[in-house]
Design a protein around this ligand. Structure first.
Ligand code: GTP
Length: 295
C-alpha cells in the first residue's frame, strides 16, 4: 500500500533536514551540510509492514517551483495522499507573501488533481524565536494559513529540528495514513487493561514515530510522547555508532517502572507501570505473549 507524500516549501525552509532526521538517521547538526535539493528527490520508506510512504521531497528553488506548477503539474500533484508544506518562520514581508502565494498555487493544484489529499503546514525553525514569543507568532501564522486555505482544511504544527516538536508533528501526520488504526488502538487498550499499566505506546521501529498509544492515567506533560521518541531515537543512534544495536531498556524510579522492548517486526512497545517494584520478568512475559496478537 503506497502512499504519496509531497514535501513542499521554499528553498532552505528545512524539508530535506526533517526528512533526513526522521527517515535517514541524521542528527540535527548533520543537516547543516545538506545541499539544496535539485528537482524532486524520491524516497520509499517502508512503514509498518505493507504501508510504504512514497516521499517526494520537492526542491524549493523558484525555477523548480515554477516547473512543478506548469510543465510537471499532473505528475507532481496526481495521486497525492498528503501535502506537507513547510514555512520558514524567518520569512517576513515580501518573502512571506511570495511563500504564501506558492502555497496557494500548490493548494489549487492539489484541489484539481488530488481533491481528497490531506494538507498539513509546518511552521518550521521555531527555535529561532524567543520562547515566550513562539505561541503568539505561531497562532497568528496559523490563522492566516487556515483562512487562506479555505475551502481546503489544513492542520498546522510548529516544528523545529532541535527539539521533539518534529516528532510530534510527523507522528500525527503518519497516524492519519495508517490503515485500521482503530483496531490497533482497541488491541492496545485491551493489553493495557489486562496489564493494569498507566500507559502503553507503540513506536514504529525505524523512525520511532508514535503510531498508537493508550493512556489509563493522566499526566501533566502533554508532550511526553514526542520527547520519548526524540530521546530514544537519539540513544538508538548513539548505540549504532558504537556498533551495538538498541533492543530494550528498563528504567525505574520510586514511582514508576518503564519498559521499552522490540515488539513486532515493525514496532517497539513502551509500557509504563506505577508499580516501581514489579518484577521485570512478569512484564516482559506479558509483552512476549501479547506479540502474536499484534503481528
Ligand atoms: P531545498 O532543498 O533548497 O528546497 O531546501 P530545504 O527546504 O530542503 O532545506 P534544508 O533541509 O536543506 O535546510 C536548510 C538549512 O536549514 C540547513 O542548514 C538546516 O540545518 C537548517 N534548518 C532546518 N531545519 C531547521 C530548524 O528547525 N531550525 C533551524 N535553526 N535551522 C534549521
Amino acid at each position: 500500500m503506497k502512499k504519496k507524500v509531497l514535501l513542499m516549501g521554499k528553498s532552505g525552509s528545512g524539508k530535506t533536514s526533517m526528512r533526513s532526521i526522521i527517515f535517514a538517521n541524521y542528527i540535527a547538526k548533520d543537516t547543516r551540510r545538506l545541499g539544496a535539493t535539485i528537482d524532486v528527490e524520491h524516497s520509499h520508506v517502508r512503514f509498518l509492514g505493507n504501508l510504504v510512504l512514497n516521499l517526494w521531497d520537492c526542491g524549493g528553488q523558484e525555477a523548480f517551483m515554477e516547473n512543478y506548477f506548469v510543465s510537471q503539474r499532473e505528475n507532481i500533484f496526481r495521486n497525492v495522499e498528503v501535502l506537507i508544506y513547510v514555512f520558514d518562520i524567518e520569512s517576513r514581508d515580501e518573502e512571506l507573501k511570495k511563500d504564501l502565494r506558492y502555497y496557494q498555487t500548490c493548494l489549487s493544484a492539489i484541489y484539481e488533481n488530488s481533491p481528497s489529499a490531506k494538507v498539513f503546514c509546518l511552521i518550521h525553525k521555531m527555535d529561532l524565536l524567543q520562547e515566550d514569543q513562539r505561541d503568539k507568532i505561531f497562532s497568528e501564522r496559523e490563522n492566516e494559513i487556515i483562512n487562506m486555505s479555505k475551502p481546503v482544511k489544513c492542520t498546522c504544527f510548529k516544528t523545529s529540528i532541535w527539539d521533539e516538536t518534529l516528532y510530534g508533528a510527523w507522528s500525527s501526520i503518519v497516524y492519519k495514513l495508517i490503515p485500521n488504526v482503530q483496531e490497533l488502538e482497541q488491541s492496545l487498550k485491551l493489553f493495557a487493561d489486562l496489564m493494569e499499566c498507566d500507559e502503553v505506546l507503540l513506536f514504529e521501529r525505524a523512525t520511532f514515530l508514535i503510531i498508537s498509544f493508550c493512556e489509563r492515567a493522566s499526566h501533566r506533560d502533554v508532550h511526553r510522547f514526542e520527547k520519548v521518541s526524540n530521546i530514544i531515537k537519539g540513544f538508538k543512534l548513539s548505540c549504532s555508532k558504537l556498533a551495538s544495536q538498541f533492543t530494550a531498556m528498563e528504567v525505574r524510579n520510586s514511582n514508576f517502572a518503564v519498559f521499552i522492548d522490540i515488539f513486532t517486526p515493525n514496532t517497539y512497545i513502551m509500557v509504563v507501570m506505577s508499580e516501581p517494584n514489579i518484577p521485570s520478568a512478569a512484564v516482559l512475559l506479558n509483552i512476549k505473549n501479547a506479540r502474536k496478537h499484534f503481528e
